[in-house]
Design a protein around this ligand. Structure first.
Ligand code: PMV
Length: 341
């Protein structure tokens, strides 16, 4: 466990723990899993934490595992591998009640499962490090590294492995945990505009769509082979704060991911007419000399990277398309604390 989380975990008498985490927006996409049951990504992904979006998760001990997201009970099957791993790591038969709220639409392609599982992992560890019934379990919880928590969160959602860290984060293919490439302060001028095309939850989960892609898309193998080739360029783009270099790699990544999905049987189509209008508007802005670089995930929303001085004209142009715009900078690591009864 990080020093920060461990410090916050001190003090007896806690009845619960709270964690706030930001979703992890992939600049290079993870799409597809390695075979096996460990939820390991088939492609490497590079991501940025979104400061403006937050998932807040409260956890307490309970008789049975139970998770509510924005007030709605979740399918226990989805959470079973996660909680089984918590019990294995701590060698303790503990059960948890978790309530999670998002300040943005969940399950709509805004990576709520990344921040959700990351916040859940940190909140469970924070609670157990302070309030687990025995000293040995408390010690084991306090000793959990961020890498371990990242691997734990990955069991719920591979992108959640990245949301354990703020700033710019890498999750290599086939690897259990993510690592931070650079903290949030590395690129203070970077802005991310989140264009919310619809707040409706998606009809097809990313898990189902990924599996369909692996099984039915004739391009899946080529996608996996080509995805890693973008990594050096994208990392250089981030490390040198070169938006065009990063943007070109980002564009190849998301469009090739969608190309692979479109070739599924039946096809996977997450785009809405507004998504395409936004993509076209970004291309126009770039021909006019403004750096607006878009990306998309498993939903119709479009996220646009740009630099702070160019934000006002980009915002003005995109708001003309009638979509909601949320403005974000690069987000920090999750924070957590204990709560009294
Ligand atoms: O981690 P999941 O199962 O929610 O899948 C995330 C998939 C994408 O958002 C499309 C890409 C990514 O790397 O986050």
């Amino acid at each position: 466990m990080s020093r920060e989380v461990a410090r916050l975990s001190e003090g007896p008498g806690a009845s619960g723990a709270l964690c706030r985490a930001s979703p992890s927006l992939a600049l290079l996409k993870y799409w597809g899993k390695r075979s096996g049951r460990h939820n390991l990504p088939a492609t490497p992904s590079l991501a940025v934490a979104l400061e403006a979006l937050k998932t807040t998760t409260r956890v307490r001990f309970a008789e049975r595992d139970e998770v509510l997201v924005d007030g709605r009970p979740q399918d226990p099957e989805r959470y079973a591998p996660f909680f089984a791993e918590v019990r294995r790591l701590l060698a303790a038969e503990l059960r948890f009640h978790a309530e999670s709220t998002n300040n943005f639409p969940a399950a709509a392609g805004l990576a709520s499962s990344s921040s959700g599982f990351a916040a859940l992992a940190v909140a469970c560890a924070t609670l157990c490090a302070s309030a687990a019934p025995t000293e040995s379990v408390r010690r084991r919880a306090a000793a959990l590294s961020l890498g371990r928590l990242s691997a734990l969160a990955r069991l719920g959602s591979a992108s959640a492995a990245r949301a354990l860290f703020g700033g710019f984060v890498l999750l290599p293919a086939g690897v259990r945990s993510a690592r931070q490439l650079a903290p949030a302060e590395h690129w203070p001028e970077l802005r991310i505009l989140i264009a919310v095309v619809t707040e409706k939850a998606k009809e097809l989960s990313s898990r189902t769509a990924m599996e369909r892609t692996r099984l039915t898309s004739p391009y899946f193998k080529s996608w996996v082979r080509s995805a890693g080739k973008e990594l050096p360029e994208a990392i250089e783009g981030v490390m040198h704060r070169d938006l065009e270099r990063l943007g070109l790699a980002m564009r190849r990544s998301y469009l090739r991911m969608f190309g692979t999905m479109l070739a599924c049987d039946p096809p996977v189509i997450y785009w809405a007419p507004e998504s395409l209008a936004l993509i076209r508007a970004c291309a126009e802005l770039r021909t006019e000399g403004l750096g607006a670089w878009e990306t998309m995930d498993a939903g119709p929303q479009v996220k646009i990277l740009c630099l702070a001085p160019e934000l006002p004209p980009i915002k003005e142009r995109l708001s003309g398309l009638g979509v909601g715009l949320i403005e974000s900078c690069v987000g920090p690591s999750p924070d957590s604390h204990l709560e009294e009864a």
